[in-house]
Design a protein around this ligand. Sequence first.
Ligand SMILES: C[S@@+](CC[C@H](N)C(=O)[O-])C[C@H]1O[C@@H](n2cnc3c(N)ncnc32)[C@H](O)[C@@H]1O
Ligand code: SF4
Ligand code: SF4
Length: 282
Amino acid sequence: MFTNVLKSVELNFTDLCNLQCSFCPHSFGFKGKNNNVHMTPDTARIVKEQLDEINFSGDIVISGKGEPTLNIYFEELMNIFADPNRKYSIRLISNGKNFSKYEDSVNKADVIVYDVYDTAYDPNGTSKQKVKAAKLKKSIDNKNKNRKSPYIELRIKPDYGELETKTQTKWGSNLSSRGYEDHVTKELDDTTCSIIFERLMIDWNGDYNLCCHDWFDRIVLGNIKTESILEYVEENLTLMSYRTKLVEGNRKDLTVCRNCDKLCPIDNSNYKDMMDMYNACK
Ligand SMILES: C[S@@+](CC[C@H](N)C(=O)[O-])C[C@H]1O[C@@H](n2cnc3c(N)ncnc32)[C@H](O)[C@@H]1O
Ligand code: SF4
Ligand code: SF4
Protein backbone atom coordinates (compact mmCIF):
# COMPACT_ATOMS: atom_id res chain seq x y z
CA MET A 1 0.00 0.00 0.00
CA PHE A 2 2.58 2.62 1.09
CA THR A 3 5.07 1.54 -1.58
CA ASN A 4 2.48 2.50 -4.22
CA VAL A 5 2.69 6.17 -3.27
CA LEU A 6 6.47 6.29 -3.00
CA LYS A 7 7.68 8.71 -5.68
CA SER A 8 11.38 9.01 -5.00
CA VAL A 9 14.23 7.35 -3.19
CA GLU A 10 17.07 9.72 -2.42
CA LEU A 11 20.58 8.38 -1.92
CA ASN A 12 23.37 10.08 -0.06
CA PHE A 13 26.56 8.96 -1.83
CA THR A 14 28.87 11.00 0.44
CA ASP A 15 28.85 13.84 2.96
CA LEU A 16 31.82 15.55 1.31
CA CYS A 17 31.43 18.61 -0.87
CA ASN A 18 33.74 20.76 -2.97
CA LEU A 19 31.65 23.92 -2.38
CA GLN A 20 30.23 25.73 0.63
CA CYS A 21 27.05 27.36 -0.61
CA SER A 22 25.81 29.94 1.83
CA PHE A 23 22.23 28.63 1.87
CA CYS A 24 23.28 25.01 2.47
CA PRO A 25 23.95 23.49 5.91
CA HIS A 26 27.54 22.93 4.73
CA SER A 27 28.07 26.57 5.57
CA PHE A 28 25.88 26.77 8.65
CA GLY A 29 26.94 24.04 11.00
CA PHE A 30 26.47 20.68 9.27
CA LYS A 31 28.59 18.45 11.50
CA GLY A 32 29.26 15.89 8.78
CA LYS A 33 30.93 18.24 6.33
CA ASN A 34 34.36 16.67 6.79
CA ASN A 35 33.06 13.10 7.08
CA ASN A 36 35.05 11.07 4.62
CA VAL A 37 32.18 8.60 4.16
CA HIS A 38 31.13 6.90 0.94
CA MET A 39 28.34 4.55 -0.10
CA THR A 40 30.05 1.31 -1.15
CA PRO A 41 29.19 -0.83 -4.17
CA ASP A 42 27.99 -3.59 -1.78
CA THR A 43 25.48 -1.24 -0.18
CA ALA A 44 24.42 0.10 -3.58
CA ARG A 45 23.76 -3.45 -4.80
CA ILE A 46 21.51 -4.12 -1.81
CA VAL A 47 19.57 -0.91 -2.47
CA LYS A 48 19.19 -1.82 -6.13
CA GLU A 49 17.97 -5.37 -5.35
CA GLN A 50 15.43 -4.05 -2.89
CA LEU A 51 14.15 -1.44 -5.34
CA ASP A 52 13.69 -4.18 -7.91
CA GLU A 53 11.87 -6.26 -5.30
CA ILE A 54 9.18 -3.56 -4.99
CA ASN A 55 9.17 -2.93 -8.76
CA PHE A 56 10.05 0.65 -8.06
CA SER A 57 9.23 2.86 -11.04
CA GLY A 58 9.72 6.32 -9.57
CA ASP A 59 12.95 8.34 -9.36
CA ILE A 60 16.11 7.43 -7.60
CA VAL A 61 17.59 10.77 -6.69
CA ILE A 62 21.35 10.75 -6.37
CA SER A 63 21.89 13.86 -4.33
CA GLY A 64 22.10 13.77 -0.55
CA LYS A 65 24.20 15.78 1.83
CA GLY A 66 27.25 16.37 -0.31
CA GLU A 67 28.42 16.34 -3.90
CA PRO A 68 27.66 12.82 -5.23
CA THR A 69 30.51 12.83 -7.75
CA LEU A 70 32.97 12.95 -4.85
CA ASN A 71 32.06 9.40 -3.87
CA ILE A 72 35.25 7.39 -4.40
CA TYR A 73 33.25 4.59 -6.10
CA PHE A 74 31.14 6.99 -8.18
CA GLU A 75 31.68 5.20 -11.51
CA GLU A 76 30.94 1.78 -10.02
CA LEU A 77 27.80 3.01 -8.29
CA MET A 78 26.48 4.56 -11.50
CA ASN A 79 27.08 1.23 -13.27
CA ILE A 80 25.09 -0.61 -10.60
CA PHE A 81 22.09 1.71 -10.74
CA ALA A 82 22.12 2.18 -14.51
CA ASP A 83 20.92 -1.35 -15.17
CA PRO A 84 19.46 -1.27 -18.73
CA ASN A 85 16.38 -3.19 -17.47
CA ARG A 86 15.61 -0.71 -14.72
CA LYS A 87 12.03 0.43 -14.20
CA TYR A 88 13.03 3.54 -12.23
CA SER A 89 14.58 6.76 -13.53
CA ILE A 90 17.92 8.05 -12.34
CA ARG A 91 18.04 11.72 -11.37
CA LEU A 92 21.55 12.93 -10.60
CA ILE A 93 21.76 16.26 -8.77
CA SER A 94 25.16 17.87 -8.96
CA ASN A 95 27.05 21.14 -8.92
CA GLY A 96 28.76 20.01 -12.11
CA LYS A 97 32.35 20.53 -10.98
CA ASN A 98 33.24 16.91 -11.86
CA PHE A 99 31.18 16.53 -15.03
CA SER A 100 34.17 16.44 -17.36
CA LYS A 101 36.07 14.01 -15.11
CA TYR A 102 33.16 11.54 -15.08
CA GLU A 103 31.42 12.30 -18.36
CA ASP A 104 30.53 8.67 -19.18
CA SER A 105 29.17 7.90 -15.73
CA VAL A 106 27.26 11.15 -15.41
CA ASN A 107 25.65 10.47 -18.79
CA LYS A 108 24.19 7.22 -17.46
CA ALA A 109 21.58 9.24 -15.56
CA ASP A 110 18.19 9.80 -17.16
CA VAL A 111 18.09 13.35 -15.87
CA ILE A 112 21.02 15.46 -14.74
CA VAL A 113 20.01 18.34 -12.53
CA TYR A 114 22.89 20.75 -13.05
CA ASP A 115 22.99 23.30 -10.23
CA VAL A 116 25.14 26.28 -11.17
CA TYR A 117 25.97 28.38 -8.13
CA ASP A 118 28.68 30.52 -9.69
CA THR A 119 27.72 34.20 -9.74
CA ALA A 120 29.70 34.58 -12.99
CA TYR A 121 26.58 33.06 -14.61
CA ASP A 122 24.04 35.37 -13.00
CA PRO A 123 21.24 35.92 -15.55
CA ASN A 124 20.20 39.05 -13.65
CA GLY A 125 23.71 40.45 -13.27
CA THR A 126 25.94 42.63 -15.43
CA SER A 127 25.89 42.23 -19.19
CA LYS A 128 29.02 40.06 -18.96
CA GLN A 129 27.31 37.74 -16.49
CA LYS A 130 24.13 37.69 -18.59
CA VAL A 131 26.08 36.70 -21.70
CA LYS A 132 27.82 33.87 -19.86
CA ALA A 133 24.48 32.60 -18.52
CA ALA A 134 22.87 32.79 -21.97
CA LYS A 135 25.79 30.91 -23.57
CA LEU A 136 25.62 28.17 -20.97
CA LYS A 137 21.87 27.85 -21.42
CA LYS A 138 22.28 27.64 -25.18
CA SER A 139 24.94 24.93 -24.96
CA ILE A 140 22.71 22.88 -22.64
CA ASP A 141 19.69 23.40 -24.93
CA ASN A 142 21.79 22.08 -27.82
CA LYS A 143 22.83 19.00 -25.87
CA ASN A 144 19.19 18.32 -24.96
CA LYS A 145 18.13 18.77 -28.59
CA ASN A 146 20.72 16.40 -29.97
CA ARG A 147 20.09 13.35 -27.83
CA LYS A 148 17.30 11.50 -26.09
CA SER A 149 19.00 11.13 -22.71
CA PRO A 150 20.30 12.27 -20.35
CA TYR A 151 18.11 15.34 -20.22
CA ILE A 152 19.94 18.19 -18.49
CA GLU A 153 17.86 20.36 -16.21
CA LEU A 154 19.89 23.54 -15.80
CA ARG A 155 19.25 25.43 -12.58
CA ILE A 156 21.20 28.64 -12.29
CA LYS A 157 21.22 29.55 -8.61
CA PRO A 158 23.93 32.16 -8.03
CA ASP A 159 25.28 32.03 -4.49
CA TYR A 160 25.25 35.64 -3.34
CA GLY A 161 26.70 34.61 -0.01
CA GLU A 162 24.02 36.06 2.19
CA LEU A 163 21.13 33.65 1.98
CA GLU A 164 21.49 31.34 4.91
CA THR A 165 18.67 32.81 6.93
CA LYS A 166 16.24 33.44 4.11
CA THR A 167 13.99 30.95 2.40
CA GLN A 168 13.00 33.08 -0.55
CA THR A 169 16.05 33.86 -2.63
CA LYS A 170 16.65 36.28 -5.47
CA TRP A 171 16.36 33.34 -7.82
CA GLY A 172 13.09 32.32 -6.27
CA SER A 173 13.88 28.98 -4.68
CA ASN A 174 12.00 28.18 -1.51
CA LEU A 175 14.87 26.90 0.64
CA SER A 176 14.36 25.12 3.92
CA SER A 177 15.90 25.44 7.35
CA ARG A 178 16.91 21.82 6.87
CA GLY A 179 15.46 21.06 10.29
CA TYR A 180 17.79 23.30 12.23
CA GLU A 181 16.28 25.45 14.93
CA ASP A 182 18.63 28.44 14.66
CA HIS A 183 17.83 28.75 11.00
CA VAL A 184 14.07 28.47 11.00
CA THR A 185 13.04 31.33 8.82
CA LYS A 186 9.29 31.05 8.66
CA GLU A 187 6.65 30.61 11.29
CA LEU A 188 4.51 27.67 10.28
CA ASP A 189 1.24 26.75 11.90
CA ASP A 190 0.95 23.06 12.63
CA THR A 191 1.08 21.56 9.20
CA THR A 192 0.89 18.31 7.38
CA CYS A 193 3.83 16.91 5.39
CA SER A 194 3.62 14.83 2.22
CA ILE A 195 7.38 14.10 2.08
CA ILE A 196 7.08 11.42 4.77
CA PHE A 197 4.85 9.42 2.38
CA GLU A 198 6.39 10.25 -0.98
CA ARG A 199 10.13 10.19 -0.40
CA LEU A 200 12.57 7.78 1.14
CA MET A 201 16.06 8.84 2.19
CA ILE A 202 18.88 6.29 2.33
CA ASP A 203 22.21 7.35 3.81
CA TRP A 204 25.70 6.30 2.59
CA ASN A 205 25.78 3.29 5.00
CA GLY A 206 22.27 2.05 4.21
CA ASP A 207 20.55 3.81 7.11
CA TYR A 208 16.98 4.88 6.54
CA ASN A 209 16.92 8.54 7.52
CA LEU A 210 13.75 10.33 8.51
CA CYS A 211 13.96 12.84 5.71
CA CYS A 212 16.27 14.67 3.30
CA HIS A 213 15.60 17.88 5.24
CA ASP A 214 16.97 16.50 8.50
CA TRP A 215 20.68 17.39 8.35
CA PHE A 216 21.26 18.07 12.03
CA ASP A 217 19.64 15.30 14.08
CA ARG A 218 20.07 12.83 11.24
CA ILE A 219 17.40 10.57 12.68
CA VAL A 220 17.89 6.90 11.79
CA LEU A 221 14.79 4.70 11.56
CA GLY A 222 16.43 1.49 10.36
CA ASN A 223 18.98 0.08 7.94
CA ILE A 224 18.58 -1.72 4.60
CA LYS A 225 20.82 -4.55 5.82
CA THR A 226 18.38 -5.56 8.55
CA GLU A 227 15.05 -4.36 7.14
CA SER A 228 14.22 -4.37 3.43
CA ILE A 229 12.77 -1.30 1.72
CA LEU A 230 9.47 -3.17 1.47
CA GLU A 231 9.42 -3.95 5.21
CA TYR A 232 10.53 -0.44 6.11
CA VAL A 233 8.00 1.43 4.00
CA GLU A 234 5.09 -0.85 4.87
CA GLU A 235 5.77 -1.74 8.50
CA ASN A 236 8.38 0.35 10.31
CA LEU A 237 6.62 1.40 13.50
CA THR A 238 8.57 4.63 14.06
CA LEU A 239 7.97 5.72 10.48
CA MET A 240 4.26 4.97 11.01
CA SER A 241 4.19 7.12 14.12
CA TYR A 242 5.75 10.04 12.18
CA ARG A 243 3.22 9.57 9.39
CA THR A 244 0.33 9.52 11.86
CA LYS A 245 1.47 12.80 13.41
CA LEU A 246 2.23 14.49 10.11
CA VAL A 247 -1.01 13.51 8.42
CA GLU A 248 -2.78 15.21 11.30
CA GLY A 249 -0.71 18.38 10.95
CA ASN A 250 1.15 17.97 14.22
CA ARG A 251 4.72 18.93 13.40
CA LYS A 252 5.00 20.46 16.85
CA ASP A 253 5.04 17.00 18.46
CA LEU A 254 8.09 15.82 16.53
CA THR A 255 11.73 16.70 17.03
CA VAL A 256 13.17 17.92 13.70
CA CYS A 257 9.73 18.38 12.09
CA ARG A 258 8.97 21.02 14.71
CA ASN A 259 11.99 23.01 13.47
CA CYS A 260 11.49 22.36 9.79
CA ASP A 261 10.00 25.08 7.64
CA LYS A 262 9.69 23.14 4.41
CA LEU A 263 6.29 23.67 2.83
CA CYS A 264 5.04 20.31 1.62
CA PRO A 265 1.37 20.09 2.62
CA ILE A 266 -0.85 17.08 2.01
CA ASP A 267 -3.54 18.36 -0.32
CA ASN A 268 -5.86 15.35 -0.52
CA SER A 269 -7.40 12.79 1.84
CA ASN A 270 -5.55 9.72 0.47
CA TYR A 271 -2.78 9.62 3.06
CA LYS A 272 -5.22 10.20 5.92
CA ASP A 273 -7.34 7.30 4.60
CA MET A 274 -4.24 5.11 4.38
CA MET A 275 -3.24 5.86 7.95
CA ASP A 276 -6.80 5.29 9.22
CA MET A 277 -6.80 1.91 7.47
CA TYR A 278 -3.35 1.02 8.82
CA ASN A 279 -4.25 2.03 12.38
CA ALA A 280 -7.57 0.14 12.19
CA CYS A 281 -5.77 -3.08 11.09
CA LYS A 282 -3.14 -2.94 13.84
C1 LIG B 1 22.40 19.41 -0.87
S1 LIG B 1 22.51 19.45 -2.59
C2 LIG B 1 23.40 18.00 -3.03
C3 LIG B 1 23.72 17.90 -4.51
C4 LIG B 1 24.75 18.84 -5.07
N1 LIG B 1 25.79 19.12 -4.15
C5 LIG B 1 24.10 20.11 -5.55
O1 LIG B 1 24.19 21.12 -4.86
O2 LIG B 1 23.52 20.09 -6.62
C6 LIG B 1 20.89 19.00 -3.12
C7 LIG B 1 19.99 20.15 -3.44
O3 LIG B 1 19.65 20.85 -2.26
C8 LIG B 1 19.61 22.22 -2.54
N2 LIG B 1 19.77 22.95 -1.28
C9 LIG B 1 20.88 23.42 -0.69
N3 LIG B 1 20.59 24.04 0.47
C10 LIG B 1 19.24 23.95 0.62
C11 LIG B 1 18.31 24.39 1.60
N4 LIG B 1 18.70 25.07 2.68
N5 LIG B 1 17.01 24.11 1.41
C12 LIG B 1 16.58 23.42 0.34
N6 LIG B 1 17.39 22.98 -0.63
C13 LIG B 1 18.71 23.25 -0.49
C14 LIG B 1 20.74 22.40 -3.51
O4 LIG B 1 20.63 23.62 -4.22
C15 LIG B 1 20.61 21.18 -4.38
O5 LIG B 1 19.72 21.43 -5.45
S1 SF4 C 1 24.25 22.91 -2.11
FE1 SF4 C 1 25.38 21.16 -2.93
S2 SF4 C 1 27.23 22.10 -3.78
FE2 SF4 C 1 26.39 23.59 -2.39
S3 SF4 C 1 27.42 23.22 -0.44
FE3 SF4 C 1 25.48 22.10 -0.42
S4 SF4 C 1 25.99 20.07 -1.06
FE4 SF4 C 1 27.68 21.41 -1.69
S1 SF4 D 1 8.20 18.08 8.44
FE1 SF4 D 1 10.18 18.58 7.50
S2 SF4 D 1 11.67 17.28 8.57
FE2 SF4 D 1 9.64 16.45 9.01
S3 SF4 D 1 9.36 14.87 7.47
FE3 SF4 D 1 8.44 16.75 6.66
S4 SF4 D 1 10.02 17.77 5.44
FE4 SF4 D 1 10.99 16.21 6.73
